[in-house]
Design a protein. Structure first.
Length: 414
RNA sequence: CGGGGCGUGGCGCAGUUGGCUAGCGCGCAUGGUUUGGGACCAUGAGGCCCUGGGUUCAAGUCCCAGCGCCCCGACCA
C-alpha cells in the first residue's frame, strides 16, 4: 500500500483531554475515527489490525472444534422476555419499528443462539456442540470511555457450547480457557486468568481474562510468573504472598478485562425448554457455556501495552503491515526509482509493506512511522544508496543498521 | 445518573471590564526553494463562533434552557 493513497492520515495533535493512549494514538495515527461517545469508525489501517486480531481468535476457536456462524444484531423482544432480560438488563438498547414492534439490539446472543441450536439439535449424539461468531455488539453504557476500551458499539467474539453433562461442559470450558490464553499470547498480551462471579449471566463459575497494563480499570493480585490472578476486591491472597499455582511472587497490578467465560448451567436452556433425547430414551436438559472476547477492546489493550511517547509499537502478529518502507528521495529520480523497485520486490515476496512515497520531509516521515508503529522500518535515501544499502530499524529498538541492497530480501524472508 | 472541564474553518487551540472586517498553528490548493527527525517563502480557498430563547444600541463574549464531547465517581451481562 502506498501511503500517499491511504485513506485516513496522521495528525500532529490530538484532543488534549482525551488522555488514554489508545484513544490518542489510534486517532492520531489514522486507525479510527470517533463518530460519537463510544462509537468509532475503523479506518483502513485500524480495520486491518482488527481483522488480524479477529483472525487469530477465529483460528483458535476453529482449533477447538467450534463452528462459525453469524447471528443477527436485530433481535425480537419475545426472546428477551422469555429469559426475563427485556426489562432486567439496563444496558440493552431497545427500539421500535414503524409498526410499533419492539426489537433489541444485541448486547449478547444467548437469546438468539439458544433457540437457534434448539431448532437443529434433537439428540444427545449431536452434542457437544460449540458455535461462535464475531459480530458487533451494542450496549447502552452510562459512560463510554477510554477510546475503544469501553464503547457503546463494539466488536466481540462470542461462543456458546452445549453439553449433556457437567463433566463434558467442564472439559470444554477448560479447553476454551487454554485457547483464550493462546489467543492473547499470540496478540502479544500478558494475560491473567481471574476467577470471577457470573453477574447477570449465571451464579456458576466464570473466569475473566485480564490484560496487564497500568491503564487497566481493575486492580488485581497477580502472579509475576504464571497466569494466576485474583480481583483485589475479593482476593483471598495478598500482595507478597506465594502464588498457589506456581510458587511465584504475587504483586498488585492493574488489568483490562479482554475476555470472559461462563458456565451458564441450564439458565437459558431452561428458559427455552431445550432438551435432547438420551441413549435411554428419556430427554435431558442441556447445559451451556459462553465465552467472550472483546476484539475491538483487545486492539485498545494492545495499544495500551505497546506504545511509547512517540506512538504505537505493534506486535508483529497484529501489525497492519510488517514493513514501513520510507523513501527519502525528494525529486531525485534515481532514488525514487530504486525505492519503487524495492517496494515491488518486497510485495512480490508476499511481505505486507506500507510504502511512504509522499514528497514530505524526513522528519515528518519518521514521526509518522513512529506513530503508526509498524514493526520494521526500512529507509532508502541518497545516503544509504551511496553504500548500496538501506537502513533497517525495528520500532521496538533504538538502533538501526545498514543492510546491503543485495542482502535485504534474504534478511526479510529469513 | 452525581461532580468537574470544555464546545470558535477539516484537526488542535487563542479570543470576558460586551464594540468595529473573528485570529493563530497544523492540514488543504497553486507556484517556487528544500530533503536524515514534525523545512521555508509567496499566494489562496475554507467560519449558522453547538442549538434555542433572553438581556442590550450592540453578543463568540452576559443570563436561562437544552444538546454534545472529555475526565472522576457510581454502573459495567
Amino acid at each position: 500500500m502506498r501511503y500517499s493513497r491511504m485513506f485516513g492520515k496522521t495528525t500532529k495533535s490530538a484532543q488534549a483531554d482525551a488522555e488514554s493512549a489508545n484513544a490518542q494514538f489510534l486517532t492520531q495515527g489514522g486507525f479510527v475515527d470517533q463518530e460519537m461517545a463510544g462509537v468509532y469508525t475503523w479506518l483502513p489501517l485500524g480495520l486491518s489490525v482488527l481483522r488480524k486480531v479477529e483472525q487469530i481468535v477465529r483460528e483458535e476457536m476453529n482449533a477447538l472444534g467450534a463452528l462459525e456462524v453469524f447471528m443477527p444484531s436485530l433481535q425480537p423482544k419475545e426472546y428477551w422476555e422469555k429469559t426475563n432480560r427485556w426489562m432486567g438488563v439496563d444496558i440493552l438498547f431497545k427500539l421500535k419499528s414503524q409498526t410499533e414492534k419492539d426489537y433489541a439490539l444485541g448486547c449478547t446472543h444467548e437469546e438468539v443462539v439458544t433457540p437457534l441450536v434448539q431448532k437443529f439439535i434433537q439428540s444427545y449424539k449431536e452434542v457437544p456442540l460449540a458455535v461462535y461468531q464475531i459480530n458487533t455488539k451494542f450496549r447502552d453504557e452510562l459512560r463510554a470511555k477510554s477510546g475503544v476500551l469501553r464503547g457503546r458499539e463494539f466488536r466481540m467474539k462470542d461462543m456458546y457450547s452445549f453439553h449433556t453433562s457437567q463433566e463434558d461442559l467442564n472439559e470444554f470450558y477448560y479447553r476454551a480457557l487454554q485457547a483464550y490464553v493462546k489467543v492473547f499470547s499470540r496478540c502479544g498480551i500478558n494475560v491473567k486468568v481471574v476467577q470471577a462471579s457470573g453477574g447477570i449471566f449465571t451464579s456458576n463459575v466464570s473466569h475473566e481474562f485480564q490484560s496487564i497494563t497500568p491503564a487497566g480499570e481493575d486492580t488485581l493480585i497477580a502472579c509475576e510468573s504464571c497466569t494466576f490472578g485474583q480481583n483485589a476486591e475479593i482476593a483471598t491472597v495478598k500482595e507478597g504472598d506465594v502464588c498457589p499455582e506456581c510458587r511465584g511472587k504475587l504483586v498488585k497490578t492493574k488489568g483490562i478485562e479482554v475476555g470472559n467465560i461462563f458456565d451458564l448451567g441450564t439458565k437459558y436452556t431452561d428458559a427455552f425448554e431445550f432438551n435432547v433425547n438420551t441413549a435411554e430414551g428419556s430427554s435431558k436438559r442441556l447445559l451451556m457455556g459462553c465465552y467472550g472476547i472483546g476484539t475491538s477492546r483487545l486492539v485498545g489493550a494492545i495499544v495500551e501495552t505497546f506504545h511509547d511517547d512517540k506512538g504505537i509499537i505493534w506486535p508483529e502478529s497484529v501489525a497492519p503491515f510488517r514493513v514501513h518502507l520510507v523513501a527519502l528521495a525528494g525529486k531525485d529520480e534515481k532514488i525514487i526509482q530504486e525505492a519503487e523497485r524495492l517496494y515491488a520486490e518486497i510485495q512480490k515476496a508476499g511481505i505486507e509493506v506500507l510504502f511512504d512515497d509522499r514528497d514530505e520531509s524526513a522528519g515528518k516521515k519518521f514521526a509518522d512511522a513512529d506513530l503508526i508503529g509498524l514493526p520494521l522500518r526500512i529507509v532508502i535515501s541518497g545516503r544509504t544508496l551511496e553504500k548500496q544499502s538501506v537502513e533497517w530499524k525495528r520500532r521496538s529498538e533504538t538502533e538501526s543498521q545498514l543492510v546491503p541492497l543485495n542482502e535485504l530480501m534474504a534478511k526479510l524472508t529469513a
